[in-house]
Design a binder for this molecule. Structure first.
Ligand code: ATP
Length: 503
């Protein structure tokens, strides 16, 4: 695995996985663009998630809801009131920080002082954060007393009292910009699922328990975007809302925890690198009954959230439904006089209308990329003493499945045959097959090791019957990325060979 974030950032830029957004104008903080290989890896991660969670289950439907949503959705979801992080300003230089990030970035002795002032142990950082967030006035005093430094200037800051900062992006809709004509870019894909609950139930005749899965962009105006693609302002999420009868929710919560850990494992992110955080009560989001955060051990950053698996109770459908008072809701919800739909489904046992409970496994695509890249990143010393960097990606995730390489770029016969092999392999539907005619075989191998291409197929003079060994005519060399073993295979066997290896 990678040992630092820097080596990943450098590989991503060098080989075309990830670029800074709007780079030629100096870049835009918190926005990234996925390059030629990044888009493939990202698509492969999303496809793997969709396969496991939609196609391989019998209790799931898919959805692709719109990004811009009616302001009433984000009002009744609770996001207008509570989707905020506490921030503090340094009066000395007008820099603004997210409170928990600011404290986390301090030296250990300063963190210990803050923790003590908040009546917490520095060992339990989530509890320190919860206490800071819950008591702004005390937090402000704690920052001062501990001599918290500004991470930018390095000097002790003069800190304001923490204030909530709403992270939603607002945008005007239509040509008239009056007070009413605005909407929000969704801060999570989840709300599109809740608002389509009735549509999906009515059009599919689903019964409890069942889920709706969605992959898509979400937007959060993070106060301090940082750590490469770990914390961005435009992100992508893979979310499931799994609807079940009240009382079965805790059981489903455990099942989903297990299912998700096993999925991560299949993407090359082992359980041993993921800590399960049972989020402390004080720190739960406004909708949550209980949440497991999967904390992956990122290089340089340490354990940080890659996925949250929340028991959202009947909060969301209960918040968006009409006739709330008749439905026996368990969650405390705000009154809703705007919704025109009753969001119930027959209870599987009594057949009486019920607002189901929801288990939500919510994973970030960008954070998944970072974890997958980090686990795959390998530095090896070869027998000849040379060092190579190789991305040992699972084949189903590799951006390029096979590179077909003519040994010499200026020999039409080799290039044409390589192209025709490439075209045939492409038809197998394995993913991207690349014709690599840069001419330097050593460089090509190095490049494909670094981008994780599982197999390189080389067309040489023997292949076209112009080498020393006539028995090698119509065969190619296949080089295995991980073992470096080279095998001679007949062109006519190539499809079957690669299909078996890459399926
Ligand atoms: P954090 O505490 O790190 O801000 P969160 O608890 O706000 O994350 P959730 O609201 O649970 O995150 O979102 C679900 C998932 O979406 C997260 O597990 C993460 O993978 C992803 N995610 C959330 N915010 C971001 C972001 N700013 N950049 C990239 N991915 C994100």
């Amino acid at each position: 695995p990678a040992t630092s974030m820097e080596e990943l950032v450098s590989l991503c830029k060098r080989r075309g996985f990830i670029f800074q957004g709007s780079e030629i104008y100096g870049g835009l903080q918190g926005f990234y663009d996925y390059g030629p290989l990044g888009v493939e890896l990202k698509n492969n991660i999303k496809a793997a998630w969709w396969r496991t969670n939609v196609y391989e289950r019998d209790d799931m439907e898919g959805l692709d809801a719109s990004i811009i949503m009616h302001r009433q959705v984000l009002r009744h979801s609770g996001h207008e009131a509570t989707f905020s992080d506490p921030m503090v300003d340094n009066k000395k230089n007008n820099k603004r920080y997210r409170l928990d990030h600011l404290v986390k970035d301090q030296k250990a002795d300063v963190i210990a002082k803050v923790a003590e002032a908040m009546g917490q142990s520095a060992e339990n950082f989530p509890a320190v954060v919860a206490a800071l967030n819950a008591n702004p006035a005390q937090a402000s005093e704690a920052l001062r007393a501990a001599g918290v430094r500004d991470p930018f200037s390095g000097e002790v800051g003069e800190w304001t009292e923490p204030k909530p900062f709403n992270m939603m992006f607002k945008t005007t809709i239509g040509p008239v910009a009056d007070d009413e004509s605005y909407g929000y870019l969704r801060p999570e894909t989840a709300q599109g699922i809740f608002t389509n609950f009735k549509n999906v139930v009515d059009s599919t005749s689903r019964r409890l328990p069942f889920g709706i899965a969605q992959i898509g962009k979400a937007f959060r105006n993070e106060i301090t975007p940082r750590n490469f693609i770990f914390r961005v302002r435009e992100l992508e999420q893979m979310e499931i809302e799994f609807f079940c009868a009240p009382g079965t929710d805790e059981d489903w919560h455990e099942k989903w925890l297990e299912a998700r850990l096993s999925w991560w494992e299949a993407q090359g992110v082992p359980r041993s690198k993921i800590e399960i955080l049972d989020v402390p009560k004080e720190d739960l989001a406004h909708y949550s009954k209980r949440t497991y955060d999967l904390m992956y051990d990122y290089p340089t950053l340490g354990h940080e959230e890659i996925e949250g698996i929340a028991n959202r109770s009947d909060y969301d459908l209960g918040s968006h439904t009409k006739n709330q008072s008749e439905l026996g809701l368990v969650a405390r919800v705000e009154e809703n006089l705007d919704s025109i739909a009753k969001l119930t489904i027959p209870h599987p046992e009594t057949n009486k209308p019920v607002v189901p409970f929801v288990i939500e496994p919510s994973a970030g695509v960008d954070r998944a990329m970072l974890a997958v890249l980090s686990e795959a990143f390998t530095k090896e010393t070869l027998e000849n003493g040379n060092e190579r960097i190789v991305l040992k990606l699972r084949p189903h995730l590799a951006p390029i499945k096979v590179a077909v390489i003519p040994l010499a770029r200026n020999k039409a016969e080799l290039v044409d045959l390589a192209r025709s092999i490439k075209n045939d392999l492409q038809k197998l539907g394995l993913g991207r097959i690349l014709l690599e005619d840069s001419g330097n075989i050593g460089k090509a191998y190095r490049r494909h090791d670094e981008v994780g291409t599982p197999y390189c197929v080389t067309v040489d003079f023997d292949t076209v019957g112009k080498g020393e060994d006539a028995s090698l005519t119509d065969t190619v060399t296949i080089r295995d990325r991980d073992t470096l073993a080279q095998e001679r295979v007949k062109i006519s066997d190539l499809s079957a060979y690669l299909q078996a290896k890459l399926r």
